[in-house]
Design a binder for this molecule. Structure first.
Ligand code: SF4
Length: 427
């Protein structure tokens, strides 16, 4: 192979921030998780605020049968006047009577349930005694206390791994686990590429069905498809799995290096790797080149939101020719993103955590061409005449892999194109 795995991160001066932060909470991840695992149901144990967030963010259609809901805690629950475990059991019973097709029930903790110290793990264990194996019950925290929306996925996957250690429906351990929620279309593309390279017995975490959660054994290797999976990585390693180190599969370069790391780990020859990937690489480069003129030389400021920011910045800088002003991330799993930073220009500004007002001042002073930020910041910035991109779109849109490399460039280019058209029209 003519390229090696990413080298450890060059020292990066990080601005560490503690202050007001503006990110969605972990409940938001239910929006893509419930679509992914099709026999699971996510029951948030929370307040009316949690219910509003989930319903408005997911845009529930009135006649649809969604696979998530909120068990709303009323004032008497919060005041300790009701036995919360009895109340929860009653809600679960009614739900399963109406929806017997639910195979996995996921109890999702929230700020209110954590504040009153409702132990959902214990509740899940108790319900499992009664309901398993017909329905499995697991729990995780989606609370917004000190967590961001992608950490909801991390907590869910870590809970799946821990549950599966005791209850896997699979006989044989997976050789390769690809951890991180990916759109089905992206999974299918990766499956085809890996199969063409002769890599066998690989599994995706999460699977599309609850009984598809991979069994982990001491020979299992895993690779992260998302950079925000610190708890999941720890849960997999606790069962003996070892991590394949790679940058993340965004853009032609990211996808190639990610696949190359798997190929090297499984002894795939360089010739076969090149044969399998050369066509898709060429297509990805061509798709990106269409948008490069709109992004080249443009300055971009990334606020901390999805934890995808270091990978997005690497892609923007190296494949689209953009200039990165600041890379914000709510948390940095330094070991996991070391390869990304090693590919970024020396001295690029990095911030971890958030003190939003101070960061807004830095952004205004830098006056970037494009601001990647949460929805709450985007509208005020737009009102100032600045061009923004909602960072949550990178969590909802299939952007990983070769065939999506051009779509990723388009996501960044679209607001710049719209702005150029508006500026032209106002002349
Ligand atoms: Fe708000 Fe917390 Fe509920 Fe999220 S979990 S909607 S942050 S109350």
């Amino acid at each position: 192979m003519n390229q090696t795995s990413p080298t450890p991160c060059a020292p990066v001066a990080t601005i560490r921030q503690r202050g007001q932060h503006e990110v969605f909470c972990g409940l938001t991840s239910i929006i893509w998780l419930h679509r992914k695992m099709q026999d699971a149901f996510f029951l948030v144990v929370g307040s009316r605020t949690c219910a509003h967030l989930i319903q408005s963010a997911a845009g529930v259609m009135i006649f649809s049968e969604p696979r998530f809901a909120t068990a709303i805690m009323e004032e008497r629950d919060l005041a300790g006047m009701a036995d919360m475990h009895d109340e929860l059991d009653g809600v679960v019973e009614k739900l399963l009577q109406r929806r017997p097709d639910i195979r996995m029930l996921v109890l999702v903790g929230s700020c209110p349930s954590e504040v009153i110290k409702l132990d959902l793990q214990r509740a899940a264990e108790r319900l499992n005694h009664r309901l398993a194996p017909k329905h499995r019950v697991i729990s995780y925290s989606g609370s917004g206390i000190e967590t961001t929306f992608t950490q909801g996925e991390d907590n869910f996957l870590a809970a799946l791994v821990a549950d599966n250690a005791a209850n896997s429906a699979q006989d044989k351990a997976c050789d390769l686990v690809i951890a991180g929620c990916l759109a089905d279309v992206v999974e299918d593309q990766f499956s085809r590429l890996l199969t063409a390279m002769g890599v066998e017995n690989f599994c995706f975490l999460p699977g599309r069905q609850s009984d598809g959660v991979p069994r982990i054994g001491p020979k299992t290797r895993y690779i992260l498809a998302q950079p925000y999976l610190g708890a999941t990585a720890a849960a997999l390693e606790a069962l003996g799995a070892t991590r394949i180190n790679a940058i993340f599969p965004l853009g032609e370069e990211g996808t190639t290096e990610w696949l190359r790391a798997i190929a090297q780990s499984f002894g795939v020859s360089e010739t076969l790797f090149d044969t399998v990937t050369s066509g898709p690489r060429q297509r990805a480069r061509q798709a990106i080149s269409h948008y490069r003129p709109m992004l080249e030389g443009r300055s971009v400021f990334l606020f901390p939101d999805s934890q995808l920011e270091p990978s997005l910045a690497r892609y923007l800088c190296r494949e689209a020719g953009a200039e990165i002003i600041e890379i914000g991330s709510p948390y940095l799993h330094r070991e996991h993103v070391a390869g990304e930073f090693a590919l970024l220009p020396v001295g690029v500004s990095v911030s971890e955590g958030q003190d939003v007002e101070v960061q807004i001042d830095r952004c205004r002073a830098a006056n970037p061409d494009l601001i990647v930020c949460g929805m709450g910041l985007a509208n005020p910035f737009e009102a100032e005449g600045r061009v923004t991109k909602w960072s949550i779109e990178f969590a909802f849109t299939p952007i990983q892999g070769y065939e999506q490399a051009g779509d990723l460039a388009e996501l960044f280019a679209r607001p710049l194109m719209r702005n150029a058209i508006l500026a032209e029209g106002s002349r």
